[in-house]
Design a protein around this ligand. Structure first.
Ligand SMILES: *Cc1c(COP(=O)(O)O)cnc(C)c1O
Length: 371
């Protein structure tokens, strides 16, 4: 049903521009951008598009970032009909601005919407909202090493109704946050807590959709990881509690001693990461052997002990590529490889960020230059 509601008549939408009357001044902005951290510095504007059944997608605008006014009966507040995306705008080596594979985010956003019985946002509207917002906010891209403008598109069910059904109204918005490194350790390595009590996604569930609910249900496991002195949680499959799936918000790769890469396959319970897909594509183009196949936690532990497993890393837009030093579980901990960033992991991270920051050739045409 939702698909038929996304009418072609909605296109194209022109984004009106309402300039902020009280933007953060350039001195304060420079101070914020010197050490932005992750997810706490926000820009002056946001993009908004609304949907209802009568008007379709309408009222597209770039406007001052402000609090939303919401009725307490808005559907999202009760039944969590919400999806989001995450992508970055980069300052290129030549001073230009670019996005990385934004059409992949647009497509995934529409797929997440379908899974959550929301009206899919036409991909062209998604892409225009990102381009328009970045054009207005490009001075918010930090010049620091590895800095970028993190873009957070999201959509919420805004119908005021307590009955349980797909909402008939939605608010789509994009906010932007100037960011530095995701992990404090920067180029260091992270430790994982293997969750044996909690799972993230079950067959037939919402694991492949980028929805807030997946994160809500992962927080208790993440809190347990923190209590165990680990940086992130690693989830196993919900059926056998045996197969490695992914982290709360990142996919995972393993590097074997023959130089091959292994990552769990996309079976519906794992989020199809764009970073994951980019790494698979680059690795195959370089002639590396890559296998998308199930990998059991016991096998992983045995391979780490025997030396067959030499490196592991997590990947996602926010943290890019994060080396994994150690895994900890109820009956003990084990180190992977040297316990520090391995050479294949570093090579993959440098190859990916090299393309994203315009320092290396872009054979796949993944960068979209905005200026
Ligand atoms: C967003 C996300 C990822 C990473 O996806 P990218 O497109 O690479 O940023 C991985 N796992 C989960 C659960 C996610 O939400």
């Amino acid at each position: 049903m939702p698909d038929t509601l996304a009418r072609e008549a909605d296109l194209p939408l022109t984004f009106a521009f309402e300039q902020s009357a009280a933007p953060i001044d350039t001195v304060e902005r420079a101070r914020l951008l010197a050490n932005p951290g992750f997810g706490r510095v926000f820009t002056d504007h946001m993009a908004i598009v609304r949907y209802n059944e009568q008007q379709g997608w309408h009222d597209a605008k770039i406007c001052p970032r402000a609090a939303f006014q919401m009725d307490g009966a808005s559907a999202v507040l009760h039944y969590a009909q919400e999806i989001f995306e995450g992508l970055k705008a980069y300052r290129l080596a030549d001073g230009g601005t670019a996005l990385f594979r934004p059409e992949a985010n647009a497509k995934r956003f529409a797929e997440s919407a379908r899974r959550m019985a929301m009206v899919p946002l036409p991909e062209a509207i998604f892409l225009d909202s990102i381009r328009e917002l970045v054009r207005v906010e490009k001075d918010w891209i930090p010049e620091i090493e590895g800095g970028s403008l993190y873009l957070r598109p999201f959509m919420i069910a805004s119908e005021v109704f307590l009955g349980v059904k797909p909402s008939s109204e939605y608010i789509y918005a994009v906010i932007a946050s100037s960011v530095g490194a995701y992990f404090k350790a920067g180029a260091g390595a992270v430790t994982l807590w293997v969750s044996q009590d909690y799972t993230r996604a079950a067959p037939g569930g919402t694991g492949a959709a980028k929805c807030g609910g997946n994160y809500a249900s992962s927080l208790v496991a993440q809190a347990e990881a923190t209590r165990q002195g680990c940086d992130q949680v690693l989830f196993l499959d919900a059926v056998e509690r045996k197969w490695i799936e992914e982290l709360g918000g990142m996919n995972i790769f393993f590097v074997m001693d023959d130089g091959s890469l292994v990552t769990p396959p996309l079976t519906g319970t794992i989020l199809p990461g764009i970073t994951r897909d980019s790494i698979l594509t680059m690795a195959r183009a370089q002639g590396l052997t890559v296998r998308e196949e199930p990998y059991a936690i016991d096998q992983c532990r045995a391979d780490a002990a025997s030396g067959r497993l030499v490196e592991a890393f997590a990947c996602g837009t926010a943290a890019v590529v994060a080396p994994i030093a150690e895994m900890k579980m109820k009956d003990g901990a084990f180190t992977i490889g040297s316990g520090g960033p391995g050479q294949t992991t570093v090579r993959i991270r440098d190859a990916l960020t090299g393309i994203q920051f315009g320092k290396l050739p872009d054979p796949q045409g993944w960068l979209e230059r905005l200026d």
